[in-house]
Design a binder for this molecule. Structure first.
Ligand code: TMP
Length: 225
């Protein structure tokens, strides 16, 4: 789906050219976010746009340490409430230490995951009360919202095939069930339905280059300088 210019939010329409942009990428594991983020940032940077890439959880010294705790396979006893609070803590630090100052300085910040991940994974996946999740997200990000979010959507079986083909060490969160991944994907799709002005669903089964082209043109139409 291509971004509909008529649907731009007030913030998007009123963005002055020297203001930074916050672009987030979401999707279940295996959806190809990292590749698309790299392709988009290279293209924007080649046009002289100052781009900063971040990932969640992470992006700060504290956030990377929290990421280590969250992903450590030894932490099998981590309860879901602890997990939720750690994601929120890493996000609160990232927003204040990096994202807000960089946006104020005019950077285009591209973030691999943001608060939608918590709604999809901890809300729909872990089935924690959505009201609690939304207030924690609110506390973590305050007024910092993405200008646009790309949801790379693909069926769980495709994601699993891709993940099986990757040569990397598994982490604590790689051991979730198919039904967890299914609920997470459904959560993302529901979020996109709820916030169609911000969240653009992209078909992540499209060939990489074609998908990159769609994402780039969506950005140029919606968030151009
Ligand atoms: P990554 O593999 O995309 O870097 O993300 C790390 C894992 O953390 C991934 O399995 C998704 C998960 N996650 C959550 O469960 N909740 C969150 O809020 C975030 C940001 C990530």
């Amino acid at each position: 789906m291509l971004y509909n210019k008529d649907k731009l939010t007030d913030r998007q329409q009123n963005l002055p050219s020297n203001t930074g942009r916050l672009i987030t990428f979401e999707g279940i594991d295996g959806s190809g976010k990292t590749t698309q983020i790299e392709l988009l940032s290279a293209r924007l940077a080649a046009e002289g746009i100052p781009v900063l890439l971040l990932r969640e959880p992470g992006g700060t010294q504290i956030g990377e340490a929290i990421r280590g705790i969250l992903l450590d396979k030894a932490h099998t006893s981590m309860c879901i409430e602890t997990e939720l609070l750690l994601f929120a803590a890493a996000r609160a630090q990232l927003v204040r230490e990096v994202i807000v100052p960089e946006l104020d300085a005019g950077k285009w910040v591209i973030c691999d995951r943001f608060y939608d991940s918590t709604i999809a994974y901890q809300g729909y996946g872990r089935q924690i009360d959505p009201t609690v999740i939304r207030s924690l997200n609110q506390l973590a990000v305050a007024r910092c919202r993405p200008d646009i979010t790309f949801l790379l959507d693909l069926p769980v079986d495709c994601a699993l095939t891709r993940l099986a083909g990757r040569n990397r060490l598994k982490d604590r969160l790689d051991n979730e069930s198919v039904s967890f991944m299914q609920r997470t994907r459904e959560g993302y799709c529901q979020l996109a339905k709820d916030e169609p002005d911000r969240i653009v669903i992209m078909n992540a089964t499209e060939p990489e280059e074609q998908l990159a082209e769609h994402i780039y043109h969506t950005i140029r139409e919606g968030l151009a300088t």
